[in-house]
Design a protein around this ligand. Structure first.
Ligand SMILES: [Ca+2]
Length: 476
């Protein structure tokens, strides 16, 4: 080969051997339900910036959380493991600082790594070149952030500050290395405090109510009846910003409280959407869009008045479903919608595959990259396992449960253990089951457990639940 031929061949050969892995920006909000995103067909909200990811990339219709509450979902996302394996089962658990997770593995692969915003895993972040986190839940207004230099109070609105810090980090990055940035918004978590500029937005609007806002939960399971998630009755002055009007109770109270609650929630989401737009605009301006995976998700779903509730925790659809939108133009065809079951434990293996790194065998999730491309691999999961550990100690008296969801059915088992705040079993409850036919009853209004017409389904699902518990080594 002549020198000239060698020179001509070299860049191609180098490109083939060491293609630049994609940058990854993982944007996650807190408690943002899919049905408050217009790309998911929201009847109450428009999210033009988040929708850009759906238009130019993929929207997962069935992405689910494995334990629907903040800290455990974050632990599962980082480690690719269920709560009982990674040890982060409740809000009170911390991630083991020695635990190797996705950020370490990407850093080993040559990525610069950053974690900005809500962390909520108690111990300081490990595996990141840069981190700046909120203490615990953090504050909406003039929040304190913690980084390697210590604690500092910043002036401004939390969501905008997290957007600022993310852009600041990107601007000073090492341009010779790919980046992995976790941008975690606190919003729209309770107590739903909007930015000053959006406080008046929606004031003259009546937000549509969900069809089951006034559901009579006395007809549901004892677990559902026990839960203190009711819009109105279980909300405080901090949530509603004003005293409940004297004499207002029952459905009229719920009607009034729903409007107070949902407007503030949507106002908080609007700032999140703005800040997603800022990141996307920056990537466009820098010419980074083509080779950057941008994900938007939330740590779990949320009840937006569904069943008369707010909050999450239950395995019911609104709480179980995570929004998940992703754009990577070189890999993901635009406008892809996928209905396969993807779990939060799959996120880390997916990022590792894109980075060209193997998934450690200790991770229980699997790479969803083929699914993101719209090409379901043979043998992809047809069911998922869920377990909620927070029990009665979590402030909303949601009973411990586990269950299985397939493409059509959901079986939930409240196994009768109710833990108090001390961690001791203080209020054992009678075990009970629920079974929903999601095709006939997508809103999960009536359990068909014990209905002879579903006897065969029930038997199959119980066997599947046992199989999944063995597969994931959850045998307690
Ligand atoms: Ca959350």
């Amino acid at each position: 080969m002549t020198r000239r031929e060698m020179m001509a061949a070299l860049p191609l050969a180098m490109a083939a051997q060491t293609p630049r892995p994609p940058n990854i920006i993982f944007i996650m909000s807190d408690d943002h339900a899919a049905h408050a995103i217009s790309a998911y067909g929201s009847k109450i909200n428009r999210t033009p910036n988040i929708d850009r990811l759906a238009k130019d990339g993929v929207r997962l219709a069935n992405c689910f959380v494995t334990n629907s509450i903040c800290t455990p979902s974050r632990g599962a996302i980082l480690t690719g493991q269920y709560s009982h394996i990674n040890g982060v089962k409740t809000l009170n658990d911390s991630i083991d600082p020695k635990k190797i997770h996705v950020a370490h593995l990407l850093r080993d692969r040559g990525y610069q790594t950053a974690m900005i915003g809500k962390w909520h895993l108690q111990t300081d972040p490990q595996g990141f070149d840069f981190w700046r986190i909120l203490p615990g839940q953090g504050a909406y207004t003039d929040p304190v952030f913690i980084d390697a230099a210590g604690r500092k109070k910043y002036t401004g609105y939390c969501t905008d500050l997290i957007g600022d810090f993310t852009l600041d980090y990107l601007k000073q990055r090492d341009k010779n290395k790919p980046f992995f940035v976790m941008c975690h918004h606190k919003a729209p978590h309770r107590a739903w405090e909007p930015a000053p500029k959006y406080k008046q937005w929606l004031e003259d609007v009546t937000v549509p109510e969900p069809d089951n806002l006034y559901e009579d939960t006395s007809k549901r399971s004892a677990a559902a009846q026990r839960a203190t998630l009711r819009v109105g009755d279980d909300m405080t002055k901090t949530d509603l910003k004003v005293d409940k009007p004297a004499g207002l109770e029952g459905n009229p109270l719920r009607k009034w409280a729903y409007q107070r609650y949902i407007k503030d929630y949507l106002r908080c989401v609007r700032s999140v959407d703005d800040n997603v737009g800022r990141v996307l605009d920056y990537l466009d301006a820098e010419g980074l869009t083509e080779n950057t995976l941008v994900v938007y998700t939330s740590d779990q779903g949320f009840f937006l008045g569904d069943h008369g509730w707010f909050d999450k925790r239950f395995m019911y659809e609104e709480s179980l479903r995570m929004p998940f939108l992703a754009r990577l133009p070189k890999v993901i065809p635009p406008g892809t919608v996928n209905r396969d079951i993807v779990l939060n434990i799959d996120f880390a293996p997916s990022f590792l595959e894109l980075a060209g790194a193997p998934t450690p065998s200790s991770m229980q999730g699997v790479s969803a990259v083929p699914v993101l491309k719209g090409k379901t691999p043979k043998g992809w999961r047809k069911s998922m396992y869920y377990r909620y550990w927070m029990h009665l100690g979590g402030g909303h008296t949601v009973t411990a449960h586990y269950g299985v969801r397939t493409e059509r059915y959901k079986l939930i088992y409240y196994y009768g253990q109710a833990l108090g705040a001390s961690g001791a079993v203080d209020t054992p409850t009678p075990p009970e089951w629920e079974l929903f036919d999601l095709q006939k009853d997508p809103r999960e209004m009536k359990s068909v457990y014990g209905d002879p017409a579903y006897a065969k389904v029930e038997k199959t699902l119980k066997a599947e639940l046992t199989r999944l518990r063995q597969q994931y080594q959850d045998l307690t």
